[in-house]
Design a protein around this ligand. Structure first.
Ligand SMILES: Cc1cc2nc3c(=O)[nH]c(=O)nc-3n(C[C@H](O)[C@H](O)[C@H](O)COP(=O)(O)O)c2cc1C
Length: 357
């Protein structure tokens, strides 16, 4: 195959390299995958409104997220089991993110501990994504490790009281290889029954009230990932969270919910200035990122795009995906008539379709 020129090219290479089981695990969504498809399609329903004769001689893609400067408004989303994509796993991804100058979010379901990841990329910003176990003592100990390893923020995933039904995995009877440790989970994942194990990772009884306990156990800035409604955005703001990720978990949880991009405007409006709003789901292009910025996101997170790079060519592949997105964002900013990500406003997009008369 010729040199990959876009994220979709990396997916094609990854698909060839991966066994069918891991490919299905990465690519798949829940149920009929309506939401998975909607995530990507939503970007095509918005058009960019470029301004011309703007001095774009000097353009930067740098942005700031929770006070951290990142070289591009794309963070690496927390995704499980990077060692299914590459033997170096999360360590390779973290080095790629560090090289790109952005933040990697380490999933709870990883083959490395927070300390091991931090040691691989000294000085680079890391966030930790928490699946909050029924074993509170275990969660408390894990949070202490996250703080000790100097992670910059805690991201609590709130759309996972139970795992979505991923039919691609079920059809292929996908099980994890025996040599794939999940280092930050209590006990061992029961490998024979992958779906049932996923379902037991999280305490399904958690409510907003439990955030108080979380804050007492960990004083890092709190990010809630998996919010899709104005109602929950308001509650998040009232509970003093620092940021929200508008997300449907890459279409892997409740099928039939809106594309993240379509939920973004109502969340931004409800959250107001109090909370930073990020979004993930379906990002494949720099222009997708620009549309998300225009609709009020401070930055996006990338899940599968980075995984495809990792599966295609390890650390270098993940780094190339991030650089590709950065270059596309830079080119897109110039053509849009903006010199920085935070100059992209609601006026830079419109709903696709004929103009209203
Ligand atoms: C293979 C895979 C594993 C994931 N694992 C996690 C996880 O462990 N924790 C989490 O909060 N989200 C997880 N997610 C969701 C991502 O963080 C993110 O919301 C989603 O991938 C964004 O959509 P995209 O893949 O289209 O970029 C996972 C997604 C994928 C594709």
């Amino acid at each position: 195959m010729s040199e990959p020129l876009k994220v979709a090219d990396f997916e094609r290479i990854a698909r060839k390299k991966l066994e069918p089981g891991p490919y299905a695990y990465f690519a798949g969504g829940a149920g009929d995958e309506q939401t998975l498809r909607a995530n990507a399609e939503a970007f095509t329903r918005w058009e960019l409104r470029p301004r011309v004769l703007v001095d774009v001689g000097e353009v930067t893609t740098a942005a700031s997220v929770l006070g951290t400067e990142v070289a591009l408004p794309v963070l690496v989303a927390p995704t499980a089991f990077h060692r299914l994509a590459d033997p170096e796993g999360e360590l390779a991804t973290a080095r790629a993110a560090a090289a790109a100058g952005t933040i990697m979010c380490l999933s709870t379901i990883a083959s490395v501990t927070p300390a091991e990841l931090a040691a691989a990329v000294p000085g680079s910003p890391l966030w930790f994504q928490l699946y909050w176990s029924t074993d509170r003592g275990f969660t408390k100990e894990l949070l202490a490790q996250v703080v000790e390893a100097r992670f910059a923020a805690l991201m609590l995933t709130v759309d996972f009281p139970v795992a979505g039904r991923r039919e691609r995995d079920l059809r292929l009877a996908f099980t994890l290889p025996d040599d794939l440790p999940a280092r930050n989970l209590p006990g061992e994942l029961a490998r024979r029954d992958f779906h049932a194990s996923l379902g037991r990772i999280v305490d399904a009884t958690l409510t907003w009230r439990d955030l108080e306990w979380l804050r007492s156990a960990c004083d890092l800035p709190l990010v809630l990932k998996g919010i899709l409604t104005a109602e929950d955005a308001l509650l998040a703001a009232e509970h003093g969270v620092s940021a929200i990720v508008v997300s449907n978990h890459g279409g892997r949880q409740l099928d039939g919910v809106p594309a993240s991009l379509d939920a973004l405007p109502e969340v931004v409006e409800a959250a107001g200035e109090r909370v930073e709003v990020l979004v993930d789901g379906g990002v494949q292009r720099g222009t997708d990122v620009l549309k998300a910025l225009a609709l009020g996101a401070r930055a996006v997170l990338s899940g599968r795009a980075v995984l495809w790079g990792l599966a295609a060519a390890g650390e270098e592949g993940a780094a190339r995906v991030l650089e590709l997105l950065r270059a596309e964002i830079e080119g897109g900013l110039k053509l849009l008539g903006c010199t920085r990500p935070d100059e992209v406003t609601r006026a830079h997009v419109r709903r696709a379709g004929p103009p209203s008369v």
